[in-house]
Design a protein around this ligand. Structure first.
Ligand code: ARG
Length: 391
């Protein structure tokens, strides 16, 4: 009897090549699992593709809701932006996909776990670590093991009649509800401006002349209503992606440090992530004390770094989550964003837990803030600095 292996399968170039390699080089039966995290792919088409590649069994799992509630919502609470820019779309999806693979691996009693990651990226770190957190089966990663490059893969795919769509030939894409990552091709020269056809979620031409407003209500850090409508989690993200994308909002272009040390040029379309994180962090500043705000920034940064680096299952990530969860108790309120020609700006916020006090802050004559008290405070505040400057 042939050995069985299980593979997280997207139907793209890498994972299709891996199926063939597993069958031909390792003489194994392959079970494929496609986890739908909002890639927007046609799942029937992927299933057909898997069949055509001769897999033993194919699973399709709809994990969109779980992705939003268990991964994206915690990321919003953590204002998670790796290196201040990247919303972690791919990084958040990988542990979820790997956990689903583990569930089926147990059921199917496979003898190894496979993935289609290269040895140059971050996904290998995320997959390997998450898979190891729940299993000690060997991990096979043919692209990494054989040091395959894209051209060799494309040739191999061609030889074996594996179809690859045209965008995938131009760029390397990974997308889900939280964002679309575009890499490779002309983008590998960091000075090249991304061509318009790299973008499919965000309008880059003929943008509306009039601004649009987006009103987001948060309850304990979780977005629950947009523009006055209660929306279920997946719909809420889709709604914002669409509205912000139509106003040209959500393109990120930056140089990113990968876990393995490579600097890469990354282009993202992440309209909902940008709007939600901007709104959420603004609301936090209204309800948190300055001490909470200062400290939470450190926790948020660490959280994003851990998730980026494939440490979703490390105890520290969960411990940080507990702090973050506790910090969201008063993060309830509404934030108003203005979207216009590629820009997003917070233009209003309100909360029943607001620490902003008009009576204290006003420059008008009714202010309850006693300026005279400030004199002594300022003197003591700067006392040591003043002393030190005497030398
Ligand atoms: N740099 C991002 C990350 O490591 C996105 C990677 C996206 N992958 C791709 N094939 N375009 O999470």
């Amino acid at each position: 009897m042939k050995q069985k292996s299980i593979l997280a399968f997207s139907g793209g170039l890498d994972t299709s090549v891996v199926v063939k390699y597993m069958q031909d080089m390792h003489n194994m039966d392959v079970i494929t699992v496609t986890v739908d995290v909002g890639q927007g792919d046609d799942n029937n088409k992927i299933a057909k593709k898997a069949k055509k590649l001769g897999v033993k069994k194919h699973y399709n799992i709809d994990a969109k809701k779980e992705f939003v509630t268990e991964y994206i919502f915690p990321a919003i609470k953590a204002n998670a932006l790796y290196q201040k820019k990247y919303c972690l779309a791919t990084a958040l999806a990988r542990p979820l996909i790997a956990h689903k693979v583990l569930e089926i691996a147990k059921k199917e009693k496979v003898s190894s776990l496979a993935h289609g990651c290269s040895g140059k990226g971050n996904d290998q770190v995320r997959f390997d670590n998450t898979l190891r957190s729940g299993s000690n089966l060997p991990i096979i990663a043919p692209i990494r093991d054989m040091n395959l490059d894209r051209e060799t893969e494309l040739k191999f795919a061609n030889k074996h009649g594996i179809e690859i769509d045209t965008v995938a030939k131009k760029f390397s894409i990974d997308q889900n509800l939280w964002g679309r990552a575009i890499e490779g091709g002309v983008l590998e020269n960091p000075f090249n401006e991304p061509p318009d056809d790299a973008f499919i979620w965000i309008k880059t031409k003929n943008l509306p002349e009039k601004p649009s407003y987006l009103k987001i209500k948060f309850v304990k850090g979780v977005p629950t209503e947009v523009d006055g409508k209660k929306l279920p989690p997946v719909k809420l993200i889709e709604y914002i992606n669409k509205k912000a994308g139509n106003n040209g909002v959500g393109i990120v272009d930056h140089i990113e440090d990968r876990v393995v040390g490579i600097k890469s040029r990354e282009v993202y379309e992440t309209p909902a992530a940008i709007c939600l994180i901007e709104a959420h962090s603004d609301l936090e500043k209204m309800v948190h004390t300055k001490h909470e705000t200062k400290f939470k920034t450190l926790v948020d940064d660490e959280w994003a770094w851990m998730v980026y680096s494939g440490l979703w299952d490390d105890p520290l990530r969960k411990e940080l989550d507990q702090f973050i969860e506790q910090s969201q108790k008063r993060v309830t309120g509404t934030v108003k964003l203005k979207l216009h020609k590629g820009n997003v700006r917070v233009v209003g916020r309100e909360s029943k837990y607001s620490l902003y006090s008009h009576d204290i802050a006003t420059y008008g004559k009714d202010s309850t803030f006693d300026q005279k008290l400030a004199k002594g405070f300022v003197e003591l505040w700067g006392m040591q600095s003043t002393e030190a400057n005497k030398f």
